[in-house]
Design a protein around this ligand. Structure first.
Ligand SMILES: NC(=O)c1ccc[n+]([C@@H]2O[C@H](COP(=O)([O-])OP(=O)(O)OC[C@H]3O[C@@H](n4cnc5c(N)ncnc54)[C@H](OP(=O)(O)O)[C@@H]3O)[C@@H](O)[C@H]2O)c1
Length: 292
C-alpha cells in the first residue's frame, strides 16, 4: 500500500507556484491577487480562510480578506461581488461557504464573474469543464486529479466509483474522471444517498473516490483488493485522548481499508492540502489567462 501524500505533493505544487510568482515579479508583471469574502465567523470557515490567506502570502501572492457580518443583506453581498468582478487589481476571488441561511448560494455563485471564479463553482465553468474546454476546475476535485497524476496512477479504462454528487465535489469529480483526458478516461459510476446497495458498486471500483460526509462509513468489506481509494471526507470525531478533545477522520475507515489498497489518501494530509494548492494554481492560471 502506498500513501497518497497530499501534504508532500501540495508542498511541491506551492514551491512551483512560488517560482512562477518570482518570475512574474522579476519581469515586472502583475502579482496574482486573491480576495476572499468571509460572511460571519463560523469557526471552520475562519480556519480555512486563515489558511488560504497565509498560504497566499507564503508563495508571494497578494491576498485580501473581506469580512461581512452574518446579518449582511443578500443584496449587499451581491454588491460586493460585483465590486470585485470589476476591480482590475483582483485576479480571482471566492465567497467562503457556508453562507447564512437567508442568502442564496446559487445567486451568489451566479453573480461571480466566470473569469474570476477561482473556486470553479459558476455554471459556466462547470459546463466548460464538462466539455473539456479551458475552465477553472473546482479546487477539491482538481486537487484529487493532480494527486492521481503526480503518483502516475493509470486511470484510462479503469472503473471509477464516486460516492457523492455534490456540486463542489462529487459531481465535478465524476465529470473529470470520465473526460477524455489524463487523468481521466474512466468508466464512472456515481452513487448518492438514494443508491440501492452502494457496496455492490464500490466492490467493482478500481478507483474509489469518497465524498459523502459520512464519517468512516466505507469499510474494508466494501473495497476491492488493490483498489485506489481517495477519501475527500473530513470531520471531527470526539477523542478524549487528544488535547483538543477531537481527532480528524475521513469518510473511509482508514485502518481496516488501507491494507487492501494499492494507494490510499490519509486524513488529514491527503486531499485537504491539495485543495488550497489547487485554488492558488487556479488564481495564477487566471492571471496568465490560461483559462478562458
Ligand atoms: N478535503 C477538502 O478539501 C474538502 C473539500 C470539500 C468537502 N470536503 C469534505 O468532503 C465530504 C463531502 O463534502 P460535500 O460538500 O460533497 O458534502 P455534501 O454536499 O453533504 O454531499 C454529500 C453527498 O454524498 C451523498 N451521500 C450521502 N450519504 C451517502 C451514502 N451513504 N452513500 C453514497 N452517497 C451518499 C449525498 O447524496 P444526496 O445528493 O442524495 O444527498 C451527497 O451527494 C465532507 O466530509 C466534507 O467535509 C473536504
Amino acid at each position: 500500500m502506498i500513501l497518497l501524500d497530499g501534504k508532500k505533493v501540495s508542498e511541491q505544487l506551492l514551491e512551483e507556484l512560488k517560482v512562477e510568482v518570482e518570475k512574474l515579479a522579476s519581469e515586472g508583471k502583475k502579482i496574482p491577487h486573491l480576495a476572499v469574502i468571509l460572511v460571519g465567523n463560523n469557526p471552520a470557515s475562519e480556519t480555512y480562510v486563515a489558511s488560504k490567506i497565509k498560504t497566499c502570502e507564503r508563495i508571494g501572492f497578494k491576498a485580501t480578506l473581506i469580512r461581512l457580518a452574518d446579518t449582511v443583506e443578500e443584496v449587499n453581498l451581491l454588491d460586493k461581488v460585483q465590486e470585485l468582478n470589476e476591480d482590475p487589481e483582483i485576479d480571482g476571488f471566492i465567497v467562503q461557504s457556508p453562507l447564512p441561511k437567508h442568502i442564496s448560494d446559487d445567486k451568489v455563485i451566479n453573480a461571480i464573474s466566470p473569469l474570476k471564479d477561482v473556486d470553479g463553482f459558476h455554471p459556466e465553468n462547470l459546463g466548460r469543464m464538462a466539455l473539456n474546454m479551458p475552465a477553472f476546475l473546482p479546487a477539491t476535485p482538481y486537487g484529487v486529479l493532480t494527486l492521481l497524476d503526480r503518483y502516475n496512477i493509470s486511470t484510462a479504462g479503469k472503473h471509477c466509483v464516486v460516492l457523492g454528487r455534490s456540486h463542489i465535489v462529487g459531481l465535478p469529480m465524476s465529470l473529470l474522471m470520465v473526460r477524455n483526458s489524463k487523468p481521466g478516461n474512466c468508466t464512472v459510476t456515481i452513487c448518492h444517498s438514494k443508491t440501492v446497495d452502494v457496496k455492490s458498486h464500490t466492490l467493482q471500483a478500481d478507483i474509489l473516490i469518497v465524498a459523502t460526509g459520512q464519517t468512516e462509513s466505507v469499510t474494508a468489506d466494501m473495497v476491492k483488493e488493490g483498489a485506489v481509494v481517495v477519501d475527500v471526507g473530513i470531520s471531527r470525531v470526539a477523542d478524549a485522548s487528544k488535547k483538543s478533545g477531537f481527532r480528524l477522520a475521513g469518510d473511509v475507515k482508514f485502518d481496516e481499508v488501507a491494507p487492501k489498497c494499492s494507494y490510499i489518501t490519509p486524513v488529514p494530509g491527503g486531499v485537504g492540502p491539495m485543495t488550497i494548492a489547487s485554488l492558488l494554481k487556479n488564481t495564477l492560471e487566471g492571471v496568465k489567462r490560461k483559462i478562458h
